[in-house]
Ligand binder design. Structure first.
Ligand SMILES: *Cc1c(COP(=O)(O)O)cnc(C)c1O
Ligand SMILES: [Zn+2]
Length: 407
């Protein structure tokens, strides 16, 4: 191949420092087993920040793998919405991506790579959004997609999307953690994907995460470097990817400070909060939360997420299901529709403000990871406040009467 798709990278072990030539198939350190970082080789990067062209993830192609077949649906370039209730907070609305979550940023890179490799298809374990995105992007690429899901644990919108886009859906008992174990044990022995005909695209895959780091680039282009970035954390890949994105801009002298990365977990599924507080390993056995996208007990990227938070001087914080659902409504009343997991970032911000660990004058970006329509059941949990009438006069009376805006 004349094109060197991964030529601007070196794979580096964050634990033992071992370095490996980049390969689509190597994900763990051959020496110590840690997940490898796809580090850019700064001297090989020729990016002119002020002269970027195009939109979305591939606007930053100079900082991404150079692939032959780019499978894209114009993902990225999502809105940054300033909140009325918190004027120093912006919501990065990832629900505006083609399948309604940030996973599309990763899949455009991951599926393009898989397609360039000529594999038969891709395989993912998923709480739902990865499945929806993998299904859509592999459909676009004309390759197969197998999704392994926790039976009964996937929000309806996401399951419907995976079906719509023609994925092969395999359900396993237990939680996402079990589903991931099935996939990793099948196609990823000792961190190498071998030459599996189904290429694995969970967030253990560093090349997928390269797409997700573009969230940081977009924030910098639009508002510069915030003081804090709040990210809902499940498997921990996304907070790491965003941190890596900011870090690269530091290395390239495009920015001169880092934001503090704040990881938010649901109280019933908070292995990283537990570890952060020194209460044992980063795992919990029976994760439970209404926020199904982050209902994860054994985050595969826990060390990546931990580094992002620790080295940026951030922290981990948790939010209860009640806080998450309340916050989902706060965003809803501002016109921003997100699924429960995504509301966790605002829930974490509100809690951090209450506890005085951050100041209302600090600039923050809250990552709203997925769209409200993903999980219709969460929207309809409370008794639905409708008024039934059967005459036009009743409607007139309602209009003349008290404010119809229910607050
Ligand atoms: C995948 C997902 C997350 C968690 O991201 P990780 O990279 O697993 O930490 C959070 N929210 C939504 C909506 C997601 O789809
Ligand atoms: Zn190592």
């Amino acid at each position: 191949m004349q094109l060197k798709p991964l030529g601007k990278y070196v794979l580096k072990c964050p634990r033992c420092g071992y370095e490996v030539e980049p390969s689509p198939y190597i994900m763990r350190c051959p020496r110590c087993g840690e997940l490898l970082d796809a580090s850019i080789i700064t001297e090989k990067i020729r990016i002119k920040w002020g002269e970027l062209r195009g939109r979305g993830v591939w606007r930053y192609r100079d900082l991404l793998p150079e692939l032959k077949n780019v499978i894209t649906m114009s993902e990225g370039s999502t809105p940054l919405i300033r909140l009325r209730a918190y004027p120093n907070a912006y919501v990065k609305f990832e629900g505006a991506n083609p399948t309604g979550s940030f996973k599309d940023r990763g899949m455009t890179v991951g599926v393009s790579l898989a397609s360039s490799l000529g594999v038969r298809g891709i395989i993912v374990a998923s709480t739902g959004n990865t499945a929806a995105s993998a299904a859509a992007y592999s459909a676009r690429a004309g390759i197969e997609c197998m999704v392994v899901l926790p039976k009964g644990g996937v929000a309806k919108g996401k399951l419907g999307q995976a079906l719509l886009h023609g994925a092969r859906i395999v359900e396993v008992p237990g939680t996402f953690d079990n589903a991931l174990e099935y996939v990793l044990s099948t196609v990823l022995e000792s961190g190498s994907a071998g030459n599996a005909s189904y290429y694995p695209l969970n967030s253990i895959n560093q090349w997928r995460l390269e797409g997700q780091k573009t969230i940081a680039y977009e924030i910098v282009e639009e508002v510069g470097v915030p003081d804090y970035v709040f990210v809902p954390v499940g498997n921990g890949g996304n907070i790491y990817a965003i941190w890596k994105g900011f870090g690269e801009l530091m290395e390239l002298n495009i920015i001169d400070k880092m934001p503090k990365m704040i990881g938010v977990q649901a109280s019933g599924a908070a292995p990283l909060v537990k570890y952060w507080r020194g209460l044992g390993e980063a795992r919990v056995d029976k994760p439970s939360t209404v926020a199904s996208a982050i209902r994860i007990g054994k985050p595969i990227n826990w060390y990546r997420a931990y580094r992002a938070v620790k080295y940026s001087n951030g922290f981990f914080i948790d939010a209860s299901d009640d806080e998450i659902l309340m916050t989902q409504r706060v965003l809803g009343r501002e016109g921003v529709g997100v699924e429960p997991a995504s509301a966790a970032s605002l829930a974490g911000y509100m809690k951090a403000l209450r506890e005085g660990v951050i100041d209302p004058s600090d600039n923050v970006v809250l990552i709203a990871t997925g769209h409200a329509l993903k999980d219709p059941d969460a929207l309809l949990r409370d008794s639905v406040h409708t008024v039934s009438i059967s005459s036009i006069d009743e409607l007139k009376a309602l209009i003349m009467g008290r404010s119809i805006i229910d607050v």
